[in-house]
Design a protein around this ligand. Structure first.
Ligand SMILES: [Fe+2]
Length: 209
């Protein structure tokens, strides 16, 4: 798997908070493009590494949006509550599906269809954010705030949760205070279970989660 860096900003996008979130969307899509339909073509240990990287990146992205994006959407947009409610319901559904996939490897029944269903939900969510939420934020929020948001998202991406927490999403307990604590626990688990790390491509050994 090619290293997907956090600096893969789409052409023409400003390096602000919205640009960083769109870059994260593109990174997830790039990994899925390789994983989808790869059974029998790519070895299972590499497919497991890709699925683990997807799970991690989706969990990190969901966490930073919960902590930084949706509070901004609620406060800055007239219809912000409605849009944030819709997006957070999708996050809860994604976290629920991810928590099932966390225990599955490529050889397990349910892996293929589970990932396909999850990524269909992710695709709907990304479309909604990029068409409904981001353009409105770019019109309503000043440039400095959006630039500062980029730094906050990058810092939160380094310390936030790397695993799905559907109950946290449901009860909205994932906040600025709790995310780093949950993230530290996740990263400890990641280290002890030899999961792939960001940008590392395939792990040295294909230890299952
Ligand atoms: Fe997003």
């Amino acid at each position: 798997m090619p290293a997907v860096t956090d600096r893969s900003l789409p052409e023409g996008m400003a390096w602000d908070g919205i640009g960083v979130l769109i870059a994260q969307h593109r990174q997830v899509a790039a990994i899925w493009e390789r994983l989808e339909g790869s059974a029998g073509i790519i070895p299972d240990d590499r497919r497991w590494a890709m699925s683990a990287e997807l799970l991690k990146r989706l969990s990190i992205h969901d966490g930073v949006e919960e902590v930084y994006l949706y509070p901004m959407v609620r406060s800055a947009l007239l219809e912000g509550d409605e849009l944030a409610d819709q997006a957070q319901a999708s996050h809860h559904e994604q976290a629920r599906r991810l928590s099932v996939l966390e225990g599955l490897g490529p050889e397990d029944p349910g892996f293929e269809v589970g990932w396909a269903e999850l990524m269909a939900e992710v695709s709907r969510h990304v479309t909604m954010e990029e068409r409904e939420i981001f353009p409105r934020l770019l019109q309503s929020v000043d440039r400095l705030t959006l630039t500062l948001l980029a730094g906050r998202i990058q810092r939160a991406s380094r310390v936030g949760p790397t695993r799905p927490h559907p109950r946290m999403h449901q009860s909205r307990l994932l906040g600025r205070a709790t995310a780093p604590v949950i993230g530290a626990m996740d990263r400890l688990k990641d280290a002890t279970r030899s999961r792939p790390t960001e940008g590392a491509g395939e792990p040295s050994e294909s230890t299952r989660p």
